[in-house]
Design a protein around this ligand. Structure first.
Ligand code: ATR
Length: 269
């Protein structure tokens, strides 16, 4: 019997997740189906109930439903609890269980695909919204020390207070970054969506630094700035997308797919 999965979001038509999961399934010989479902803004919980009723085994959740998904779960992994958001649901024994694989996706992409170790590295995490919350715990787990910078500094401060028990973390305003340098700068803001550049001061990248934009599919103002500022390595978020999917697939199916061929195929378009 084919096990059914889906990704729920709004909008969802652009999602590459069905393509990625179908390639994982083919590669590992898993008998699953995976489709994209556009859930109405006020109908996420009802859609989840419908899928459970139809015997689906789980689903991925994307913008804007990750916080709502979190609230529906009877049980959470530690990393989902820390993120206060869920991107992977399991429908098991009549219960909804939740995990968050976004941070693992980012860290695996940085460490394994880009070959950049995070242990004791200084990471600047830009943004204090859902995307930043989703990855900060895993950055701590990889041994990085973190500065959170946000346009609205109070939100960065609140996030730092919430995560202070996990590791070394400070909050900053963009002006407060003047004269500081980082090994890794992660853009977890939504600035790229409006082709805006967060107000980073010049000289922010240390030698051999990595500039990582969680957005994918275009040369963002942040990546252009990083190139001009001499960042040693640049990356968009396509690898993170594939790696978070692999982590979810692995938790659902208990088999880890190869990500390199899937990422290469997506890069070729
Ligand atoms: P997401 O789920 O993508 O994180 P979000 O929760 O709305 O979306 O958060 C968006 C983040 O991007 C916020 O940290 C926001 O900063 P504010 O808290 O000050 O709003 C940040 N952001 C959006 N546009 C930005 C810009 N042009 N420059 C800097 N930060 C920006």
């Amino acid at each position: 019997m084919t096990d059914r999965y889906a990704v729920l979001g709004h909008p969802i038509s652009h999602s590459k997740s069905p393509l990625i999961h179908r390639q994982f399934a083919e590669q590992t010989g898993q008998d699953i189906s995976y489709e994209a479902i556009d859930a109405p803004l006020d109908g996420f919980a009802a859609m989840i109930e419908r899928l459970r009723g139809e015997g689906y085994r789980g689903c991925n959740v994307t913008v804007p439903f990750k916080f709502e998904a979190f609230k529906l779960c009877a049980q959470l992994t530690g990393r989902a609890q820390a993120a206060q958001a869920v991107n992977t649901l399991f429908f098991r024994d009549g219960k909804i269980l939740g995990d968050n694989t976004d941070g693992a996706g980012l860290v695996t992409d940085i460490e394994q695909n880009l070959g950049f170790r995070l242990l004791f590295k200084k990471v600047l995490l830009m943004g204090a919204g859902g995307a930043a919350h989703g990855v900060i715990w895993q950055l701590f787990n990889a041994g990085a020390s973190i500065v959170v910078v946000n346009r609205t500094p109070e939100k960065a401060q609140k996030m730092v207070e919430d995560f202070a028990s996990y590791g070394t973390v400070f909050a900053s305003s963009y002006e407060g970054l003047a004269g500081k340098q980082f090994d890794v700068v992660v853009n977890a803001t939504s600035s790229s969506l409006s082709d805006a550049l967060p107000p980073l001061p010049p000289g922010i990248f240390s030698a051999n630094s990595l500039a990582y934009d969680m957005m994918y599919g275009r040369d963002t103002p942040f990546l252009k700035f990083a190139r001009e500022q001499g960042a040693a390595k640049l990356s968009d978020g396509l690898g993170m997308l594939v790696e978070q999917a692999a982590e979810a697939f692995c938790k659902w199916r208990e088999v880890r797919p190869e990500t390199a061929p899937v990422l290469a195929a997506l890069r070729q378009g």
